[in-house]
Write a protein that binds this ligand. Structure first.
Ligand code: LMR
Length: 393
């Protein structure tokens, strides 16, 4: 009955991560998946998270089914974090936030919503983009097109080409943009470039979908929200898919949300149709994830502690970038490590070089040549730098 089912060729990120786990070589290094590791090479349990988890356990807090749209307190604090504590769109009731199963779930929900309620819309993704964007939209029957973003020659933003590409998209297009720490390139827009892009999006009435998985990892928690807040001021309808996986280090809890900013008169209906989609996808989201996010962000003390911890993670990544650059002889060839922002750098390594790193050195990258800088530490850095130099000639 099932002989026709073909082999799964693997996921470009998660399958590499699994191959790393199976590798028994003691000196192996995992630069594939986007996970922040501390100096000891562990996924940190943040103090702020640990405190609320102990409280939840001590209270023996029940885990009923949450509403389809998620925990109210979690949705509220998520909106405040994204749009700002003094946000006008929040005050005017112009935001519909749904708690989702990570930001992958948020993107899937956005794609499902578009497929049903905006038929004929295409999704435009940056070239390159996170490998799963295309797959998620395609899975919902939404055609995916690309707009220029990255220039391999300069290892920087192809800004004029990007504007041109956006200018020529069909009007019924959802444009997926990375708020900060672009995945996979680490190449971000500066504020004046964002202003120009947002003016264009508004003028052309395109539908921005902001993928915001790394808030706090770029320039700062508030600074990284620049594009989201500028869009909120613009009056345009748009969506934000955000994640707490990275900035709360709760990858396995699947903490995320989809927020739609829209006309106040449409909020209830859009939220209702989102509930209907959620019921068919995951029914209702995880309670533990909601408790962690809500408990931290509703407490002044815990919020302050959390912000301090996020800032420390960002500084560690910056330090890792500088250290790798210096281990690579501070050569101009590698200056991109200092210009690119966030967890990822795009090395420009070819597939055969990526393979060589894996076979010869036990160093795992995703096939595109993206490295997760946040997995580097003082102990593995010299080894990684030597290996990179040896294959990159
Ligand atoms: C990544 O890009 O490595 C992360 O966002 C994890 C994932 O789900 O792909």
């Amino acid at each position: 009955m099932l002989e026709h089912v073909p082999v799964f060729p693997g996921d470009p990120i998660l399958t590499v991560n699994e191959a790393f786990r199976r590798d028994t070589r003691p000196f192996k290094v995992n630069l594939s998946i986007g996970v922040y590791l501390d100096e000891e090479g562990n996924v940190p349990v943040m103090q702020s998270v640990h405190i609320v988890e102990r409280r939840i356990a001590a209270e023996a807090r029940p885990r009923p089914y949450l509403p389809m749209e998620g925990l109210a307190a979690m949705r509220q604090v998520t909106g405040e974090l994204l749009f700002g504590s003094d946000s006008q769109v929040m005050a005017e009731g112009r935001v519909a936030t749904v708690q989702t199963v990570g930001s992958s779930g948020a993107l899937r929900l956005a794609a499902e919503f578009i497929a049903v309620w905006l038929p004929g819309y295409k999704a435009a993704v940056s070239s390159p983009t996170w490998e799963n964007h295309r797959a998620i939209f395609n899975a919902c029957g939404v055609e995916v097109v690309q707009y220029p973003y990255y220039d391999p020659a300069t290892k920087a933003l192809a800004f004029d080409d990007m504007l041109q590409g956006l200018e020529h998209l069909p009007q019924c297009t959802a444009v997926v943009l990375h708020a900060c720490c672009h995945n996979p390139t680490g190449v971000d827009l500066n504020e004046s470039q964002w202003d120009a892009v947002i003016d264009l999006l508004v003028r052309r009435k395109l539908l921005p979908i902001i993928d915001f998985a790394y808030q706090g990892y770029g320039r700062g928690i508030e600074e990284d929200a620049y594009a989201v807040r500028r869009l909120a001021d613009s009056g345009l309808t748009f969506m934000v898919a955000n994640s707490f996986s990275k900035n709360m280090s709760v990858y396995g809890e699947r903490a995320g949300a989809l927020s739609v900013v829209l006309e106040p008169a449409c909020v209830d209906n859009v939220l209702g149709q989102m509930q209907s989609l959620v019921r068919r996808l995951w029914s209702n989201p995880p309670a533990h994830a909601a408790y962690i996010v809500a408990d931290i962000l509703t407490s002044e003390d815990l919020s302050a502690l959390w912000r301090k911890e996020v800032n420390a993670m960002r500084s560690r990544i910056l330090g890792a970038r500088q250290l790798l650059f210096s281990h690579l002889g501070s050569s101009e060839k590698y200056r991109y490590l200092l210009n690119q922002v966030g967890m990822f750098s795009y090395t420009g390594l070819r597939l055969d070089q990526v393979e060589q790193l894996k076979e010869q050195y036990g160093i795992y990258l995703v096939p595109s040549g993206r490295i997760c800088v946040a997995s580097l530490n003082a102990a593995n850095m010299p080894y990684v730098a030597e290996a990179l130099k040896s294959v990159d000639n």
